[in-house]
Design a protein around this ligand. Structure first.
Ligand code: FA5
Length: 361
């Protein structure tokens, strides 16, 4: 493009150039060269001032015609290039909905988490709230307040992990059961109570049905007129909901725990035939949990008047009920972090119609 070109020639050249560009960047380069601050058309306009007055009008009109024609051509070409770019992008980004889904590695919910969620959902429906306590406990909350004084033989049954003494004579320990949460709840909030306390527990123990770390869920109900009938009804409803067997038979067998009086073990009806266990059928029994009426000494230790307040407590092993419900044969496999085991026994996050099982509404 030369300055000496006539407006007509300039128009023809610029329009040819505009028609020839094939992308937006080149078009912008032409626009700057023609209409930019120092562009040829701009300089043509500025040159008017130097012309004699009688030529200015005609030259001005000619210059304006160039400017109009070039501006319009640039706009039109820009519209066409924009549309072509959009077309190309749409063609490139098209999604073929008929393609099969690419397999993706998904995680699984561990059977312990699943079982805990189910237990919390069932007890939640029954009006229980969740309480928590520390894994590292002291002697008072884990034993003494639960009516297990020093030298009590029950302490030996618990195979306790003790932590090194802090020098002040208050050796801490890893809680051997979730029952200390009862004590913490009763000492920190006023009655009545209807709580469950799920969590980790520890005992120096390892075989096919015992691991050094395992999980329990504790239940505590204290009110002014709570009695053994409530305990039976509550645990019956719970076992039937959890195992999803409406007429599951339950047996309450006398037992002993220092913190409950009377105490019982609860068995559920089952059948054992050909190495297979079927829950709810047959005339055999399977122990499932421990329970009882909270011992008056425990209430007194927590500052409650046993003449006014009474109730029941229960505790069960979460792995144990998970193994029974989901047919998991070896307790130790829960904690081996074997991804093949988890993909077999784990649960898909989105595949859960109901956590509450068969609880009657
Ligand atoms: C107790 O721990 C009582 N605190 C339960 C209780 C609470 C009774 C409130 C009455 C009132 P026990 O020692 O039986 O009880 O343990 C309860 C359950 O924990 C057992 O039935 C078993 O399922 C589970 N359990 C105990 N030790 C282990 C272990 N080493 N590995 C896995 N599960 C265990």
């Amino acid at each position: 493009m030369a300055d000496l070109e006539t407006p007509e020639k300039l128009t023809v050249d610029l329009l040819a150039e505009i028609a020839g560009v094939s992308d937006l960047a080149s078009l912008e380069a032409v626009r700057i060269r023609a209409l930019g601050q120092n562009g040829v058309v701009t300089r043509l306009m500025k040159g008017l001032a130097a012309l004699p007055p009688e030529e200015r009008k005609a030259q001005g009109q000619a210059n304006n015609a160039v400017k109009r024609a070039v501006s319009q051509a640039i706009e039109t070409r820009k519209g066409a290039l924009d549309a072509a770019a959009l077309e190309a992008r749409l063609a490139e980004e098209r999604i073929d909905v008929t393609l099969p889904v690419r397999p993706e590695a998904t995680g699984f919910i561990h059977p312990i988490s699943q079982t805990m969620d189910e237990l919390m959902a069932i007890f939640g429906e029954m009006g229980f709230t969740v309480a928590e306590g520390p894994d590292v406990e002291d002697d008072f909350h884990n034993f003494t307040a639960l009516n297990i004084p020093e030298d009590h033989p029950a302490r030996q049954m618990h195979d306790t992990f003790y932590l090194p003494s802090d020098g002040a004579g208050t050796a801490k320990l890893l809680r051997t059961h979730t029952s200390p949460v009862q004590i913490r709840t009763m000492m920190s909030t006023p009655p009545p109570y209807r709580i469950i306390a799920p969590g980790r527990t520890y005992r120096c123990d390892s075989d096919i049905t015992h691991t050094p770390m395992f999980h329990q869920i504790e239940g505590l109900v204290i009110d002014k007129a709570t009695h053994m009938g409530h305990l039976k009804g509550c645990l019956e409803d719970f076992c039937r909901a959890y195992f999803e067997v409406d007429d599951l038979p339950l047996r309450f067998r006398p037992s002993y725990f220092p913190f409950t009086e009377p105490s019982c073990e609860v068995d559920i009806g089952c059948a054992r035939a050909g190495g297979e266990l079927r829950i709810g059928a047959g005339d055999d029994w399977l122990e499932i949990l421990g329970a009882g009426m909270v011992h008056p000494n425990v209430l007194v230790n927590c500052g409650l008047d046993p003449g006014v307040w009474q109730g029941f407590a229960f505790g069960l092993g979460i792995e144990r009920v998970a193994m029974l419900k989901y047919g998991i044969p070896d307790l130790r496999t829960f904690f081996e972090s074997d991804i093949r085991w988890l993909s077999h026994y784990g649960f898909a996050a989105l595949d859960q119609p109901s956590l509450v099982g068969g609880l009657a509404r």
